[in-house]
Ligand binder design. Structure first.
Ligand code: SF4
Length: 328
């Protein structure tokens, strides 16, 4: 990315803090990440590491418990955190859309699929109702829903999980957003449907020139879809790399652990090694370990690791690691 392009989205020192009954939780702690036009960037990590909160912070969709978001989220150089409620509402669903793991969280059960998609189009594109309805039907066709004219009149519960996911993608892309935040978009689906949805997303991304921030715990999905990947652990990005480099030469022990825990057919026969596991669990945000947050689980931990947090080491453009062993 050394061609002087400016990022479409640039997060700088993003912090998302929740004030809970049990204390203050820093769910996202100083995240820096760039995303360029037409690019798909993966954000990976275990559940509870802050990936979804990062995406929800971009669109300021965090309500309960009350979240305090600070730092900068620059979209076309404009800080989304300065826009206020009305300003961000105009961006949501138009310039930036989001799709979720469970479509029922964003589809309204008492409105037909057509009503929901066309409402978004009318709101953001200023189209008249009949024109918006037609566009909604075309979007359903584009996401390969059979009999789109009929399906547009159906309520969400009448559609299968895969169809609902397609409908949600249709709704998210109906206003041709520049950025799509996709939060575990295929996790709840069967493997065959998963593959269909992923290839559909790639096709539509090309068609609409949309950039994607793809949030997943599934490194297989990342290898298929993303050009660059950021690995998140306990609210921080611990490694970032172009996807091929990350798979070939992971530098952070956590990234190595994640890659070692991906099932590969014939791995034992080829390498003599079984599937690895990362011992322990992601720490509670209320009891973050001192120093490097990964030290209680790290197979390479050293005395300094529990005392001092490692600095981020840059190994190249869009190649960085936060570990005392980086560069060794
Ligand atoms: Fe492991 Fe230490 Fe690196 Fe943390 S800083 S990942 S504990 S080696």
């Amino acid at each position: 990315m050394s061609d002087g392009r400016r990022p479409l989205l640039a997060m700088r020192g993003l912090m998302t803090r929740f004030h809970t009954m049990d204390g203050i939780v820093d769910a996202v702690d100083g995240v820096d990440l760039d995303l360029f036009e037409g690019e798909t960037v993966g954000l990976v990590g275990e559940s509870g590491c802050g990936k979804s909160v990062t995406a929800l912070s971009i669109l300021q969709l965090l309500r309960c418990p009350p979240a305090e978001i600070s730092g900068r989220i620059l979209f076309h150089d404009m800080n989304l955190l300065d826009l206020g409620r009305e300003g961000i509402r105009k961006i949501r669903g138009k310039a930036i859309s989001m799709i979720f793991q469970e479509p029922m969280t964003s589809l309204n059960p008492v409105l037909t699929i057509g009503e929901q998609i066309s409402e978004a189009i009318r709101l953001h594109q200023g189209m008249k109702a009949p024109e918006a309805w037609k566009w909604a039907e075309q979007m359903l066709q584009m996401v390969q829903i059979p009999s789109p004219r009929q399906r547009a009149k159906d309520y969400p519960h009448k559609l299968s999980g895969g169809m609902r996911q397609r409908a949600m993608i249709a709704m998210a892309l109906s206003c041709k957003p520049q950025l799509l935040l996709a939060d575990e978009p295929t996790t709840a689906l069967d493997v065959t449907i998963q593959a269909q949805i992923l290839s559909l997303m790639m096709k539509l991304k090309e068609e609409f020139k949309t950039s994607i921030l793809l949030i997943t715990h599934d490194l297989g999905v990342i290898s298929e879809m993303a050009t660059r990947v950021a690995v998140m652990y306990a609210g921080k990005i611990v490694e970032e790399a172009p996807v091929r480099e990350l798979f070939k030469d992971p530098r952070h022990p956590y990234t190595r652990g994640l890659l070692g825990s991906v099932p590969v057919i014939g791995r034992k026969a080829q390498t003599g090694r079984r599937l690895q596991e990362i011992p322990g669990m992601v720490p509670s945000p209320l009891e973050m370990p001192s120093g490097c947050r990964f030290h209680p689980r790290c197979p390479s931990t050293m005395p300094v690791c529990s005392k001092q947090e490692p600095q981020e080491v840059r190994l190249g453009e869009y190649r960085r690691v936060q570990c005392w062993l980086a560069g060794c």
